[in-house]
Design a protein around this ligand. Structure first.
Ligand SMILES: C[S@@+](CC[C@H](N)C(=O)[O-])C[C@H]1O[C@@H](n2cnc3c(N)ncnc32)[C@H](O)[C@@H]1O
Length: 208
């Protein structure tokens, strides 16, 4: 199922509407795949960082499975709404940070999850962000999330980073790629406008 996206150039009001619409939806498929893979090798510490957590659909699932989660988002509203959710599971531990992931520091984690968020930075900032993200994954840990493809209709927006399939492959060098699905099709935005999507859905495990 396609998901509404508030970008490009979403301001706080547009993001708020997005959180309202999507926050209570089920967790992303990429997160579920990563968590199921962790569950097959019990005994690890369970610290996850969710970069661009939005309304918290993935955070709720992480907490439900007992993870400690650092939820990061540039929008204060996202973090406030998340903290105020009435359905936060008692299990797990939630920490939050407001800030752009290009600027925020986070600890080494077993999982870095970033659903439909990590490419929401200017292309000049992406390589440094990606390197820092990779360095922050513990050996044997995972990245789960999406990258945006170069044939996405929004390609060319200077606030978003887009990648070709070859570039995605290069970014994942050094990972065991457990899931890589390239999606390219047409859908409709929340405002009813036709939209061409090109998305890479990724779950990748860092070597021990
Ligand atoms: C498309 S939403 C996805 C939200 C959530 N991960 C989900 O799957 O529903 C992108 C989120 O990333 C946040 N975001 C965008 N650019 C960001 C940046 N550079 N640093 C931190 N958060 C950012 C937005 O505020 C928004 O909440």
């Amino acid at each position: 199922m396609h998901e509404p996206r508030a970008t490009p150039a979403a301001g706080p009001a547009a993001w708020s509407a997005y959180y309202e619409k999507t926050g209570a939806r089920p967790p992303r498929e990429t997160l579920i795949r990563a968590l199921d893979a962790f569950d097959r090798t019990p005994g690890r510490d369970r610290l996850a960082v969710d970069l661009g957590c939005g309304g918290g659909r993935d955070v709720v699932e992480l907490l439900r499975r007992g993870w400690t989660v650092l939820a990061v988002d540039a929008e204060k509203t996202a973090i406030e709404r998340l903290a105020a959710r009435g359905d936060l599971p008692e299990s797990g531990t939630l920490r939050t940070a407001v800030g752009r992931f290009e600027d925020v520091e986070w600890p080494v984690a077993d999982l870095v999850n970033s659903s439909f968020a990590l490419p929401l930075c200017p292309p000049a900032a992406f390589p440094g962000l990606w390197s820092r993200m990779v360095a922050s994954i513990a050996p044997g840990g995972r990245f789960a999330g999406q990258l945006y493809g170069d044939r996405d209709e929004w390609a060319g927006d200077p606030s978003i980073t887009f990648h070709t399939a070859d570039e995605v492959e290069a970014l994942l060098d050094g990972f065991d790629v457990e899931h890589l699905r390239e999606e390219e099709d047409d859908s409709v935005t929340p405002r009813g406008r036709p939209k061409r999507w090109h998305i890479f859905h990724i779950v990748a495990r860092k070597g021990d």
